[in-house]
Design a protein around this ligand. Sequence first.
Ligand code: MG
Length: 382
Amino acid sequence: MKVAALIVAAGRGSRFGGVLPKQYQTLHGRPVLRHSLATFHAHPRVRSVLTVIHPDDQALYEAAAAGLPVLSPVFGGAERQDSVRLGLEALVDQGFDAVLIHDGARPFVSWEVIDRVITALETTSGAIPAVPVSDTLKRAGLHGVVEGTVPRAGLWRAQTPQGFRLKEIVQAHQACRGQVLTDDAAVAESVGMSVALVPGEERNLKMTHAPDLAAVPPPSLVPCVGSGFDVHGFCAGDFITLCGKKIPHDFALKGHSDADVALHALTDALYGVMAAGDIGRFFPPSEARWKGCPSHVFLNHAKTLLEALGGVLVNVDLTIICEAPKIGPHRAAMAEHLADLLHLSRQRVSVKATTTETLGFTGRREGIAVQAQVLAMMPDLS
Ligand code: MG
């Protein structure tokens, strides 16, 4: 199932106060919207992310999405419902089967909730996360006096992302134009789509009032490791690119991009820290635009995504495995270049080399293999 995420961030946030709309205010050092963009962009079951924004917020959006290759945003309409419909219409002919519609002001959505919604969509046309109402509900009468108690049995608080089969929800939104409905599930219900409830999470809060942001303490960080491995074979040529440095050799390395086998292994190690998949997921070799691409583009993407998720890179360690060329004379320059690319201290970047004692494909001088390990501090999600 090809799944897109549609982040709704066109609101003015009149309840929120402050000069900036709430989705662009800063939470733990980055815009509220960037939290959700990164969470959906990194999720391996989400193919693309599209955001609906207010036309006045273009610059704020560019800053919030910087370095994350999501789809170009679309402008919203007068009401939330119009904004969602415009976003859905922009997605409908792009080959997606399902869409997850998410509030840009819910920065704490977890992969567990996203997975439950996607999994439910395999058997239903709509699914929303929700939590049971635990407080007693009162109906207020005149002058703030209680008029009655509302039975809470069977009542749930709806959250987002709300997931739907794309074609059905587009038609539902088009059919409901002009009606005022408060969420997308209500739009789906109104045309008779079945909408399943899956467990939401209390922490999947919507930032509605200014104090909400200040009240959320930053998460503690936990160490996470990632590993990467890559191999490229030699072909005719007179230099190779390793760790972004050009090294003279009797051969070149074969590959779709610049074939920098060291940066590929390192980039995969960074994706490994985030459980975000691998380099081929974000930069498919089937796409012509990555032909000859310098591999620091891939590394930058992985590092940017890691930081957008609230992570901090600690150190990297590479082992280059080959008989030739000799790595020793280039080691320091490669490590310095990596430290620059990653904004790490030179003491947190290790480049080592070894041979396989003439055994195997590297021993036969058929190519180069690289192993990479990284450590990063990532938000504690437990
Ligand atoms: Mg490669």
